[in-house]
Ligand binder design. Sequence first.
Ligand code: ZN
Length: 335
Amino acid sequence: MSREKLNGLGINLPTFPTSTVGSFPKPDYLVEARAKFAKAKIERKELEDLERQATGFWIKTQEEIGLDVLVDGEMYRGDMVAYFSELMPGFEQSGLVRSYGNRYYHKPIIAGEGRWPGPVTVGWWRYAQGLTKRPVKGMLTGPYTVMDWSFNEYYPDRRSACLALARQIRREVETLVEAGAKIIQIDEPALSVRPEELPFAIEAMHLVTDGLPAYFIIHACYGAFDLIYSQMLKLPVDNLDLAISHSTLNLMEMFRRDPFTKDLSLGVLDVHSHEVEAPETVRDRIEKALKLLPKESIWIDPDCGLKTRTIEEARGKLINMVEAVRGLRARIGLN
Ligand SMILES: [Zn+2]
């Protein structure tokens, strides 16, 4: 079904389209330049030139690896919520707050009406798409996660904050579609944190995607997916991208109970491990899914963004992932 939608959008993909979740490791020169920029030692223009250079490197690298649907690699972003909230009027930044593990960051504060500041990601999407003939995904953080990872000091409750942000984020999505993006991924890593809030997270996603001519992917990680899986099928998107490489079997049990009705991006690489998975490991993970899902509905990608790996680890993992997929395509008589 979703394959027809893609074809209608002019996108023809092989069986088991390969892609990535979005972020790639930044080259050393860019890490250094970001540190210098933070200390006001270089101009923004110099930083942006290097961000463009790094984006070009990753587009070329993805083409060489043979991925089907590319990403810009998020060379211009630090934290996924801070990136958007720093640009959006209505937000302020807090003092340092402790997040997962020992990482400290400035948690955004919703201090006024969140307003779309004009295109945030569109320029980067356009730049990356201009470097390749393969489709590049539009990428942004979803309203539920922006709300959940911020302090709300303005809206009366979490639901109204989430819906208000959704209306602003829709404007970014509309602009991406107008620019020509056909595949748009909305990252909602916080989605499964509070199952009781999933109904309004779904309501928010309707505000973001309804009526727009694009193939929508939602990426969620840190999942208590067993609790929310049947609800997640109500999300108004075409493809669920779930971080499940550790728990494939359990999830597959759930598919048996509640048949899957969308495309699934099957996260087959563990982004938190230095180990470069062998093609056979990847193939086994895909074959488990194939026992329960039609091959037409499966996309293949890592289980989250690769930004915490080294460039060589990220490249090695993706090369093996593509090799596994090519082997499977050949074995079942495709391409
Ligand atoms: Zn993720």
